[in-house]
Write a protein that binds this ligand. Structure first.
Ligand SMILES: NC(=O)C1=CN([C@@H]2O[C@H](COP(=O)(O)OP(=O)(O)OC[C@H]3O[C@@H](n4cnc5c(N)ncnc54)[C@H](O)[C@@H]3O)[C@@H](O)[C@H]2O)C=CC1
Ligand SMILES: C[N+](C)(C)CCCC(=O)O
Length: 517
């Protein structure tokens, strides 16, 4: 942001994930203070508030207050991004590549402090936050590699005439992020956008406002023109100002389906292209000829990363009846061993859910599942750690539901929490049909040793991201995105370059004009 916010629109709050006020936490906070931010007074105030509350070591309480960006601030952000776009878009791909590589290098170098800040921001375990940060710098490296290859084609026409195409940037793109992967989502959007020569104004979720500010600082340190990647803070109102802004050329959104519908409506008014990365209720199909241990590991990966708050989770686990008992027993055993608690501790594998309303919502789904006849095979209760400092945190025990049927709410709706539903099946044909019987289409997975069956099944799945014999890994080289209500457009991979650029055709006449008139 190039200017301090001028109007104090209603301030936003967020709840603190359960952290200890350890030296690493404070180090992260001071690291924020160390890098002199552009919006000095605003940010200093926020950071000081954060420090003072952290010192009180209060899990489940407010850690900082930020001002929402109003219409005026959103406009300032867009205008400064527009000015930066003029410079950035004129640079060659190779020049942009060097800056992106430098940003990737800084993130890599500061991996630990960014991961710590992300854990405070979101509540996920530090172990996972480190992976998120690694995927983030890898994403920047990947698009730095592609920046120089953004090219059109040459097309020969009769009489020596010819045409050529140019891939041009769109302008100022809006990025709107969810709270589950705050830093990573921002990199998934910013890296291809910037590689193609665009500017970006990014709005993180008000529940996780911190790390994206750090990303903006890193881009500046790396040498992007000032204002090229701007951050505005706030909720729906700020997002709406951004989407409606006449100088915003594209909107890339990650979040819920209902908001995705609104975003598309706003984009339609301005004829703006959109990328929508929405929710899911993905199937994971376990055939009896699978490598059982891998399948069990896959099911845990498909359900319990980031406290289950993952859009592409394979939460409908279809298990071939022949191995239902042995698979279920093993999954339950392993789920019960997941270490829940202080997300900043090295051996913690599940931290806290994002906030109290969300924890209550997930609990509500489990209660309803029981009422509808599902059996809780393990977990599902709110978890209160022994450490008294953590007692107000939003923890819950990861839950495995048995006795599930396709018509239950827990099987139909996205829960966005650590809740796995197990569903038996008998034939390939049957399971494919049931797997596709959903409004969503983000992801899907299959575990089998039969290579033909594996490819046949994923070909039949109506989902944008399919895994064979693994789940929820994120190589940035692979495009990611949904079918059906899970959205459209792609992030990652070469494909994303198309969604952040537009094609210009130039027709060149080498002879005389043969006029019709
Ligand atoms: N596909 C995914 O990766 C994610 C899906 N979700 C889904 O969304 C549910 C709720 O999570 P939320 O963060 O509350 O999602 P949400 O869709 O309400 O918010 C996502 C982002 O959109 C912004 N936003 C909200 N209303 C807006 C509007 N009218 N105009 C412009 N921007 C707006 C939010 O401030 C946030 O930055 C989850 O329970 C889950 O089902 C949530 C996070 C990630
Ligand atoms: C990183 N990964 C694949 C586990 C999840 C990314 C999608 C999301 O934002 O939920």
């Amino acid at each position: 942001f190039s200017q301090p916010p001028t109007s104090a629109s209603p301030s936003r709050w967020r709840l603190m994930p359960p952290v200890q006020a350890s030296s690493s936490v404070l180090a992260a906070v001071f690291c924020l203070l160390r890098h002199k931010p552009v919006i000095e007074s605003f940010w200093q105030k926020s950071a000081l508030a954060l420090v003072s509350v952290l010192l009180k070591m209060c899990p489940g309480r407010v850690i900082t207050k930020l001002l929402s960006s109003g219409e005026k601030e959103v406009d300032l952000a867009v205008q400064s991004a527009k000015a930066a776009f003029k410079i950035w878009s004129q640079m060659s791909g190779m020049e942009r590549s060097r800056v992106l590589l430098e940003a990737a290098r800084i993130i890599r170098e500061q991996r630990e402090e960014i991961a710590t800040l992300e854990t405070i921001n979101n509540g996920k375990s530090i172990f996972e936050a480190r992976v998120d940060i690694d995927i983030s710098w890898q994403c920047l490296e990947y698009y730095a590699g592609l920046a120089g290859s953004l090219a059109g084609e040459h097309i020969q026409l009769p009489g020596g005439s010819f045409g050529y195409t140019r891939r041009e940037p769109l302008g100022v793109c809006a990025g709107i992020g969810a709270w589950n992967y705050p830093f990573q989502v921002a990199c998934w959007k910013a890296a291809p956008a910037l590689a193609c020569g665009n500017a970006m104004v990014f709005k993180p979720s008000p529940f996780t406002p911190l790390t994206v500010v750090r990303l903006a600082e890193i881009f500046t340190e790396a040498g992007v023109p000032k204002g090229l990647f701007n951050v505005v803070q706030g909720g729906a109102a700020t997002g709406q100002f951004l989407c409606h802004h006449p100088d915003v050329a594209k909107i890339s959104f990650t979040g819920s389906v209902p908001t995705g519908i609104k975003i598309m409506g706003m984009a339609a008014k301005g004829i703006k292209p959109v990328t929508l990365e929405l929710g899911g209720k993905s199937p994971l199909i376990i055939f009896s000829d699978c490598a059982l241990e891998n399948a069990v590991n896959g099911a845990l990966m498909a359900n319990f990363l980031t406290q289950g708050e993952v859009c592409c989770n394979g939460t409908r686990v279809f298990v071939e009846r022949k191995i239902l008992d042995v698979f279920t027993k093993e999954v339950v055993k392993r789920t019960q061993k997941i270490k829940i608690g202080d997300p900043l501790l090295e051996d913690t594998r599940m931290g806290a859910l994002i906030n109290r309303p969300h924890l209550d919502r997930v609990q509500g789904f489990i209660k309803q599942a029981k009422e509808q006849g599902a059996e809780v095979l393990c977990g599902g209760d709110v978890y209160v750690p022994d450490d008294p400092k953590l007692k107000n945190g939003y923890y819950m025990q990861p839950c495995v539901l048995g006795n599930c049927t396709d018509d239950m709410t827990c099987v139909k709706e996205e829960i966005f929490g650590p809740v796995m539903s197990i569903l038996p099946f008998d034939t390939e044909e049957e399971v494919v049909e049931r797997a596709n019987n959903t409004k969503f289409g983000l992801a899907g997975g299959v575990f089998t040793r039969d290579i033909q069956k594996a490819h046949r099944v994923v070909a039949a799945l109506k989902a944008g991201m399919c895994f064979i014999n693994n789940y929820n890994i994120s190589p940035v080289e692979l495009p990611f995105g949904g079918y059906k209500a899970s959205g459209f457009g792609r992030e990652n991979g070469r494909a994303a370059m198309e969604y952040y650029s537009q094609l210009k055709t130039v027709c060149v006449e080498m002879g005389d004009v043969e006029s019709v008139f």
